[in-house]
Design a binder for this molecule. Structure first.
Ligand SMILES: [Zn+2]
Length: 319
């Protein structure tokens, strides 16, 4: 038994859950309460709007159409993730459905899915869903191809969790229209089992939980961003006269990286040249000298020098 949230409480719950809320003018007194009961409420139903670009979808959900007067839902969640509130109370969204499903939602007793519905609007014994469910109409063509943008899906999860949290319900109070009415397919492209798992994860956290935000400092960074940050810098390579931060505080890590790159390239060329020169020299000297021994000894000495340079640079970076 749950009394419906009033307008202020609904707005507060949505905002606390991190939703971007747009109150359509007039929504607070816009409903179908004069045509039937509103409450007790037991759950939330998710729908797709069957609209494409160019449709005033929020206006459609507020006003309804010739065959079905508005409001057509509690709110319309557009592809940009905004929750447009269109109805405060009974709305024409769920229609008739299966009482067994309603009982499973009330009890939150089912497993992954409520019992398969065997009713629809107008069928004998169908239960009035508009009295019992809040409704989110979510902008989508419903053709099975139109994608659900992440920002919209996130808003749908948040908006559903907000109502569940406000009433003390669990995620099983959120169902798809197709789970209520056996002639519906919405929300097409969303598996309600997964959707409920996402609502459950939200409900396990505080309402202001923002997964990803503040947790991954590299989030949203592209390979190009990293390349630019490392290599496209105004800082010149560190000159030998001021090789570390103690003597030039304005240098950035990328200065040293550039410097290391230049030095390694220079060293590689130098080592190759020296090895060749020593090899030629040893051959000239001829008898009594093992050419390979001389070359190996020199290369080892040069390798030690390279390692020493590397260590010095590392120390500079940390100074
Ligand atoms: Zn629907």
């Amino acid at each position: 038994m749950a009394t419906p949230l009033n307008a202020d409480r609904l707005v507060a719950a949505l905002k606390a859950e991190g939703c971007t809320v747009h109150e359509v003018p007039g929504w607070r007194t816009h409903n179908r309460n004069h045509k039937g009961a509103w409450g007790p409420v037991h759950g939330v139903q998710i729908h797709h709007t069957v609209t494409g670009p160019g449709t005033d979808v929020v206006g459609l959900i507020y006003n309804g159409h010739s065959a079905l007067p508005g409001p057509l839902a509690t709110g319309c969640i557009t592809k940009d993730g905004v929750v447009h509130l269109t109805g405060n109370g009974r709305a024409n969204h769920a229609g008739g459905g299966d009482g067994r499903v309603l009982q499973a939602v009330i009890d939150e007793s089912y497993g992954d899915r409520p019992p398969a519905t065997q009713k629809h609007d107008g069928s004998p014994g169908a239960v009035d869903g508009n009295a019992r469910f809040y409704g989110w109409e979510c902008e989508n063509k419903g053709d099975g191809k139109d994608p659900w943008p992440a920002v919209q899906y996130d808003a749908m999860v948040r908006a559903t969790a907000a109502i569940c949290r406000a009433h003390g319900w669990g995620p099983k109070s959120g169902i798809g229209h197709l789970e209520w009415s056996d002639w519906k397919v919405d929300p097409r492209g969303i598996d309600m089992k997964d959707f409920r798992a996402d609502v459950a994860e939200r409900l396990a956290h505080e309402p202001d939980w923002n997964p990803g935000k503040g947790e991954d400092p590299m989030a949203g960074m592209t390979k190009q961003d990293i390349y630019d940050a490392v290599w496209k810098t105004d800082q010149v390579a560190a000159p030998d006269s001021a090789p570390d931060r103690k003597t030039n505080a304005s240098w950035q890590p990328q200065s040293y990286l550039k410097d290391i790159g230049n030095r390694v390239r220079s060293l590689t060329v130098t080592v190759a040249a020296q090895s060749a020169a020593i090899h030629a020299l040893a051959e000239k000297v001829g008898s009594g000298v093992d050419t390979n021994t001389v070359v190996a000894a020199v290369e080892r000495a040069i390798a030690d020098a390279v390692i020493k340079v590397d260590i010095d640079v590392t120390q500079n970076q940390e100074s």
